[in-house]
Ligand binder design. Structure first.
Ligand SMILES: [Fe+2]
Length: 257
């Protein structure tokens, strides 16, 4: 796919890299490191027009510092500011230590043109499902109150609405109502960006886009009743954040040999 014409500050989203300390490790029938590197290579022509990067969780699969450090180095080499949020496979402490500060970090917010990206932590240690603790909701309210831009994106690893894949929908965000109430009440929130489901999906909730993005690692079969991988290609998402609050976005798939 050729690079789309730019229509506002461009954000590039990758998700679910599932890296291991051992770069040759296999997960769900693929080598996550190899796929991640292929997606990075495909991302390269999009970088010239990109202002920011988002990684929406499951940075690593084994919780090791070595894997986080390798990812941090690779994302840093993109030379764009970015934010990372934890997924269910992440180790909050290890992720927080490696991404504590700097251009690519786990900081709460990032301003991209007329937009503020707000990251939320839905990790529940030892569980596949996600949840937003009370202090995350308090932090969200504080970030919304402090916003200096007209528009906002929320990043949360676990999708707060079903994506149409029953086994994954049973493993999404527990008790999403407080988040959804805030989305419904605040027209500045224009999109929720998630990972977790290893497949692309797009829905709307009133004026808010609800988007998931393919993993750079293994793909899951959309619509499956139970765990089923999909031989499809990994990918990433680009989003052009328009001044009028609209978003132009699409997923780019990266065919593997
Ligand atoms: Fe994942």
């Amino acid at each position: 796919m050729s690079v789309a014409p730019l229509n506002g500050p461009r954000l590039l989203q990758i998700t679910d890299t599932h890296l291991y300390a051992d770069p040759d490790a296999v997960h769900a029938g693929v080598v996550p490191e190899r796929r991640f590197r292929a997606v990075l290579a495909a991302l390269s022509p999009w970088l010239a027009d990109a202002q920011a990067i988002l990684h929406s969780g499951d940075l690593v699969h084994d919780g090791t510092l070595a894997a986080y450090q390798r990812l941090h180095s690779a994302l840093g080499a993109l030379e764009r500011p970015g934010r990372v949020i934890p997924g269910n496979h992440d180790d909050r402490e290890a992720l927080g230590s490696v991404f504590a500060s700097g251009p690519i970090s786990a900081a709460r917010t990032l301003v991209v043109g007329d937009w503020t990206l707000i990251g939320l932590d839905s990790l529940q240690p030892g569980r596949v499902t996600g949840a937003l603790a009370d202090d995350e909701l308090v932090a969200l309210d504080a970030a919304l109150a402090a916003m200096t831009t007209p528009w906002c994106l929320i990043a949360v690893h676990h999708p707060p609405v079903p994506v149409g894949t029953p086994w994954l929908d049973a493993l999404g965000l527990e008790q999403p109502e407080p988040l959804l109430q805030r989305i419904d009440a605040d027209p500045r929130i224009r999109a929720v960006l998630s990972g977790h489901v290893h497949t692309a999906s797009s829905a709307r909730r009133h004026g808010c886009r609800m988007l998931t993005t393919p993993a750079t690692a293994a793909q899951f079969l959309a619509g499956a009743e139970r765990f089923t991988t999909d031989p499809g290609a990994p990918g990433f998402r680009w989003l052009d954040l328009r001044a009028d609050g609209g978003i132009d976005t699409s997923v780019v798939r990266v065919p593997m040999d």
